[in-house]
Write a protein that binds this ligand. Structure first.
Ligand code: MN
Length: 732
């Protein structure tokens, strides 16, 4: 019986010897150069001489344990040697060049990679954090074995975490839970992910961990008979149909029990899948036969069957999953797979570097690792750190959905993706011209959330183009960045046209024209003084309102020419009329470029607050209305009437924002939230609470805040309250 909680029976590191590593290598890689291994051991021991671990053991016990872990994973000798050497460059006087001349390039490069990874601290500011993730993924893409060594290093460090001071312990455990365990999971190294999670969880929430551990032990003692009963029944049924199978029962690990209890507010005894069964068979047809036989023994639970053999996960995981109503009317989960699939399920990407048969190395070109490759491609053109982090988190933590093209090809998306994501995954043009989608033969709206098994067909029209709200529906970075690029270009084209037009009009007042005057030498001086590097840019800036036509004309024309001004009163444009009429009635928190006092109203539809990205629209007779750039109402307005506006940082006014809090219906929580809100120096103007059943409630607050920064801080604080599930800002 396999137990996942055994991780805490820590082996004594000082008991590990080089012979243990050798023994493993001899077993699976008979052709390994053991002299190289011994040389690395001697070299590393000398380099670390005199250093001690916090546990008091000689430092060398650490690299030795890391090497042993890598050998237990049956990795190639270069990786195991890297394990022995991984801390030499960081912690001793040894240089990369030393390693290069003694151990050769591949090993020196790997040690260099691990050293760089070790310098990354993830608990830093957003911008740094994004940069750190980027570095890590680059290193992984270059040689995936680097991250395997890093994971083994982290695993041994967290196994011996009790010796570190409390603060450091907390940082390492948090980083493990937030970065390294998800990466192990994404790489498909299940064993490692589970141990990393359980150990980190143990250090971060010791009391909760102990409580769950107690419950699991009790449960374990009382379920032995049940496990044997299921194992025997399945085995007997399979044998009678000549299928050779291994049937394993296993317990869910502590951290995943904890997460399920939290996410669904369940008690320990409400979780029915604490025990799961794994059936390992010889070949692929046997998987489906075994599934049929299990379904004939016990009634399957509808909707719980998943075929990851037909639709493998992005990390190549394959299995059949099903849940049945088993003996004593208990729900029982099964995973059915072949031995080879099992290998990949346990070891993921590492299985490509494992020795399949004695001495025979796995094919390296099998190393095509789809997830990493796709990820590297998508993140290429994301420069905003916040967005980059969003993508990383989405890619690391979101579960996937698998959908089909009309031709039956499988595509994979993060949960919550829409037909727009699908369209852009096919081709940029398919995305741009997408007008609708048919899912399983039915027309669906573009915001439809894709579900596993859907067959998706995109409807395009050549004259159609993306609208701004698409980026709200799109989940994948690829779609989002393509949409943004398109919109930016479109806005710029518009600005160019407008810029050319208004400049031409201004020159005409002086009986001259743009094409003639722009040839003047002082154009360069004018542009330079404003940091404009091309004529096109000048036109765009005119269009965006950053430069006025008057400024251009007055700096280009000679005093004689300026005197030629026809003197006629220029025809007043609608825009100007409004500005003139509105003079003196400004709200004082938003400025319109080039005008000091005009009538302003904040859109009621989206209630912008200082710090939001905003845009203005000239309305008929009512001055300028300010909307958030993401406001749907604003997007439906005529772009010709769009005008650039900015927040005036000098004011201290408060604006109204509306937030919605989804939480568990718990006494005292509302009071706690109100207290939190007032402690942030934010006024509440209205608060409503609505129960939505299932012991959950939605609270809506209308509050007065100074800036979006303050609002975000408050929302972050509310989210941390116990019982709060999510906090959203209401836009419409
Ligand atoms: Mn280390």
């Amino acid at each position: 019986m396999k137990t996942t909680a055994s991780a805490l029976n820590l082996p004594k590191s000082d008991k590990v010897r080089l012979e243990d590593v050798e023994k493993h290598l001899k077993e699976y890689a008979t052709d390994s150069d053991l002299d190289l291994l011994r040389k690395a051991y001697v070299f590393s021991t000398k380099a670390h001489q005199g250093q001690k671990r916090k546990s008091g053991e000689p430092y060398m016990s650490h690299p030795l344990c890391v090497a042993l872990l890598l050998a237990e994973m049956r990795l190639d000798i270069a990786t195991v040697v890297t394990g022995l050497l991984h801390d030499t460059v960081e912690d001793t006087l040894v240089t990369i060049d030393d390693l290069l001349s003694i151990f050769g390039e591949p090993i020196a490069k790997m040690v260099d990679g691990v050293t760089k990874l070790s310098k990354i601290k993830f608990s830093s500011r957003e911008a740094r954090q994004a940069e750190n993730f980027r570095k890590m993924f680059m290193a992984m893409a270059e040689d995936i074995r680097v991250i395997l060594v890093k994971l083994a290093d982290r695993l041994h460090n967290i196994r011996t975490l009790q010796y570190l001071p409390e603060q450091k312990r907390h940082r390492i455990a948090t980083e493990t839970l937030e970065v390294y365990a998800p990466i192990a999971g994404r790489l498909g190294i299940q064993e490692m992910k589970i141990e990393l999670e359980d150990l980190a969880f143990h250090y971060l929430k010791p009391e909760v961990w102990s409580k769950i551990d107690e419950q699991v032990s009790y449960y374990r003692k009382h379920s032995e008979k049940f496990i044997t009963e299921v194992q025997d029944a399945v085995k007997k049924e399979l044998v009678s149909h000549s299928i050779d199978a291994e049937v394993q029962g296993r317990f869910k690990h502590h951290y995943s029990i904890f997460r399920k209890m939290e996410a669904q507010s369940l008690d320990f005894n409400q979780i029915y899948d604490i025990i799961g069964f794994r059936v390992i068979v010889e070949d692929l047809p046997a998987c489906y036969t075994a599934l049929g036989l299990i379904h004939s023994l016990w009634r399957p639970v509808p909707g719980r069957f998943k075929d990851y053999i037909g639709m493998p996960k992005l990390n190549n995981y394959q299995s059949l999953h099903t849940t049945v109503i088993g003996p004593h009317v208990q729900r029982v989960e099964f995973q059915i797979r072949t031995r080879q699939m099992h290998e990949i399920a346990e070891w993921g990407v590492a299985s490509h570097w494992r020795y399949k048969v004695k001495g025979e190395m796995a094919e390296k070109d099998e190393m095509r690792f789809r997830w990493l490759r796709q990820f590297m491609e998508w993140q290429k053109d994301v420069s905003d750190p916040a967005e980059y982090l969003d993508i990383v988190k989405l890619d690391l933590f979101a579960t996937d959905v698998y959908v089909f093209t009309p031709k039956g090809e499988i595509r994979e998306f993060p949960r919550g993706s829409t037909p727009i994501d699908f369209a852009y995954s096919i081709h940029t043009d398919v995305g741009h011209h997408c007008v609708g989608a048919r899912v399983n033969g039915r027309i669906v709206p573009l915001r439809y959330g894709l579900r596993s098994g859907d067959t998706v067909e995109i409807i395009t029209r050549s004259d159609h183009s993306p609208s701004k709200d698409w980026s709200k529906y799109a989940k994948t970075s690829r779609a989002r960045s393509k949409i943004r690029q398109y919109i930016r270009k479109q806005q710029r084209d518009q600005a160019l046209t407008i810029g050319k037009e208004i400049l031409e009009k201004e020159f005409r007042k002086f009986n001259t024209e743009t094409s003639r005057e722009l040839r003047r030498a002082n154009l360069d001086t004018f542009m330079k003084s404003r940091g404009i590097d091309s004529e096109e840019e000048l036109m765009a800036q005119l269009g965006y309102g950053k430069v006025t036509p008057r400024q251009v004309v007055h700096s280009l024309l000679t005093p004689e020419q300026l005197r030629e001004f026809k003197g006629e009163k220029p025809k007043e444009t609608t825009l100007k009329k409004i500005f003139r009429r509105a003079t003196g009635r400004s709200k004082g928190i938003v400025r319109v470029q080039g005008f000091d006092d005009i009538l302003l109203a904040l859109g009621k539809c989206c209630s912008p607050i200082p710090g939001d990205s905003i845009t203005g629209f000239v309305t008929r007779g009512r001055g300028v209305t300010v909307h958030r750039t993401v406001c749907l109402r604003a997007l439906s307005l005529d772009p010709e009437r769009r005008i650039e506006v900015q927040w005036d940082e000098r004011t201290d006014n408060r604006s109204t924002a509306k937030i919605r809090v989804l939480c568990h219906d718990r006494p005292g929580l509302l009071a706690q939230m109100s207290k939190e809100i007032s402690s942030h120096d934010v006024n509440i103007s209205t608060a409503t609470c609505r129960s939505i059943g299932d012991q959950k409630a939605i609270n809506t607050f209308e509050i007065g805040v100074r800036s979006v920064h303050d609002l975000n801080r408050l929302m972050g604080a509310l989210e941390k309250l116990k019982g709060v599930i999510s906090v959203d800002r209401v836009i419409h």
